[in-house]
Design a protein around this ligand. Structure first.
Ligand code: HXC
Length: 511
């Protein structure tokens, strides 16, 4: 027996790589695939599978350069006590490039995760398609993409980019729910060399597709971390808000925070003057359990804030206008950001809580040319399609199309509230008077005084929450300090909500 055991140990040692491999990865300021797995999973719980998978070498040029396991660690283990599957590409094996068997291992682990209802985490560090394996490699990518699509909305899929991710390799992450990047990682369809030869444009790897660019410019990355360690801790934290699959509930944590706690500080955080900015994240942290808010897309489309938190122990998704950036208007990026987030919440039974303080959609040619119509429509579609509880609180302004779009009664919002200072109207008073009473103001003996009089009349009549309350378009007007307890009570009654769509193959979401 000992002989057999020794042989097995030798094979597994070969698959694990050498100290030289570890050193080469550390030199790049990155951890090895095994070290990443160790950080992601609860200590001692990871089980590797397909350790001994071997590539077909017969088509290789320049001899054999892969090794047992073919450059990717796959398997399952526990993250905060729940089963999770993962694949970690090993950049020390042919640059982490993806060949046929490498792809087979990833697809096998993904399909297991899908069958057993476990989240799947891909740790990417790869030079893309393995050039030596040609079409076998490309076919492997296609199978991964297909598995990504099939798993979409069934199990959480997270992509973590910890090194290069180039060419077609970017599309598996692009199909998953969340993308994490480090400052030391990059993603692009074509690298700087191709950009230079085709577009005559000089650009560095970092400026083309570095983690910071994707977190702040393209929005491709939902999270940016300074290094591998911080990144993997963030992955663990995100998983703590997600259910294992679409048939289970998100993890409930018995709360320490009093559900009846009043929040008098809200009266100071939000200025009554509708022109004064403030940070809506302070409103969120005042309301939610223990002030803990897990923000997503922190550096992109900052005029819309989205993220997870807990209310009385239950996971909720928050969507909030940010008056500090672009006055909280909704633009193309903000629409895309909120749409994606609402769809994630809906897929995973996470109630959506919308905090409104919005003067409207951002006007202008760049928005119209960029397609604000179809992107705003996507946001409407996402709110309408969502069957999870939809709660809403108007903190201050709620104007025009933005009122309709953001979780209104017409879009089957469940329980909707407003503070007494809220303003709900088609547009601001000055704009409205200018359109409705232009001639009257112009011909008045004192146009300025008449204009001011009409503005204040309009404000008195329309810029308040009571017209909406009188029509039942909001369910109550509440004092700011009661926001937490009111939302928690509303959450409790709506958690048992069952809403269905008319059966159809699928709707056609705007592009
Ligand atoms: C085979 C590869 C490889 C690849 C890297 N290697 N990429 N082997 N196929 N795609 C090997 C290198 O030959 C080298 O082997 C080792 O990995 C480490 O690579 P280095 O270049 O020394 O590392 P580094 O300087 O860190 O640069 C990393 C890199 C670079 C930026 C990723 O290797 C690179 O540009 N690779 C090619 C990227 C690429 O064009 N991929 C194809 C994309 S097209 P040795 O033996 O010397 O250690 C694509 C299409 C998919 O992916 C379409 C799907 C639909």
């Amino acid at each position: 027996m000992q002989e057999y055991i020794d042989k097995l140990r030798a094979l597994k040692a070969e698959a694990a790589g050498s100290p030289k491999d570890v050193e080469s990865q550390h030199k790049r300021g990155r951890l090895t695939a095994q070290e990443r797995i160790d950080l992601l999973f609860d200590p001692g719980t990871f089980n590797q599978i397909d350790t001994l998978v071997t590539p077909r070498y017969e088509s290789y040029m320049g001899g054999k350069s892969s090794r047992l396991g073919d450059g990717v660690i796959t398997g399952f283990g526990m993250v905060q006590g729940r089963q999770v599957f993962a694949a970690a590409q090993d950049a020390t094996v042919m640059g982490g490039s993806l060949g046929e068997m490498h792809a087979n291992k990833i697809v096998k682990a993904m399909r297991m995760a899908l069958s057993y209802g476990c989240p799947f985490v891909a740790l990417n560090d790869s030079g893309g398609a393995r050039i030596q394996e040609g079409v076998d490699s490309l076919g492997g990518y296609a199978r991964i993409f297909d598995a990504n699509c099939e798993a979409s909305g069934v199990i959480p899929q997270l992509s973590v980019i910890l090194g290069p991710c180039a060419g077609g390799a970017v599309y598996s992450p692009g199909l998953t729910d969340f993308i994490f990047m480090t400052e030391n990682s990059y993603m692009f369809i074509t690298g700087p060399e191709v950009v230079k030869s085709v577009m005559q444009e000089n650009v560095s790897q970092e400026d083309l597709g570095g983690g910071r660019i994707h977190a702040s410019e393209s929005g491709v990355a939902h999270f940016l971390a300074s290094d591998d360690r911080e990144c993997l801790l963030k992955v663990r934290e995100l998983l703590s808000y997600l259910p294992s699959n679409n048939l289970s509930d998100p993890p409930y944590i018995p709360p320490r925070d009093d559900p009846e706690r009043r929040c008098p500080e809200l009266e100071q955080i939000v200025p009554v003057d509708p022109h004064k900015p403030y940070d809506v994240r302070q409103v969120i942290t005042s309301i939610v359990d223990d002030g803990r808010f897990f923000e997503i897309h922190e550096l992109w489309a900052e005029n819309m804030v989205v993220g997870f938190a807990r209310l009385d122990g239950f996971v909720v998704g928050l969507v909030a206008n940010q008056p500090m950036v672009l006055a909280g208007t909704i633009d193309i990026k903000a629409s895309i950001k909120a749409t994606h987030f609402i769809r994630i919440c809906d897929a995973y039974h996470i109630p959506v809580i919308t905090l409104q303080d919005v003067p409207g959609f951002l006007p202008g040619t760049s928005q119209e040319y960029g397609g604000i119509i179809r992107n705003g429509a996507r946001l409407i579609y996402a709110y309408s399609e969502a069957t999870v509880p939809k709660l809403m609180l108007i903190l201050r302004k709620s104007y025009g199309g933005a009122y309709c779009v953001m979780s209104s009664k017409g879009l089957r919002g469940d329980l909707l509230y407003a503070w007494p200072n809220a303003e709900l109207a088609v547009m601001g008073a000055a704009g409205a008077v200018n359109i409705l009473f232009r001639n009257e103001v112009k011909t008045a003996p004192d146009p300025q005084a008449r204009g001011a009089e009409l503005v204040s009349e309009y404000q008195e009549k329309f810029n308040n929450p009571y017209v909406a309350a009188a029509r039942g378009l909001i369910d109550d007007v509440i004092e700011p300090r009661d926001s937490r307890r009111v939302l928690i009570r509303a959450l409790h009654v709506t958690l048992s909500k069952r809403d269905r769509h008319i059966p159809r193959k699928h709707g056609i979401s705007p592009m």
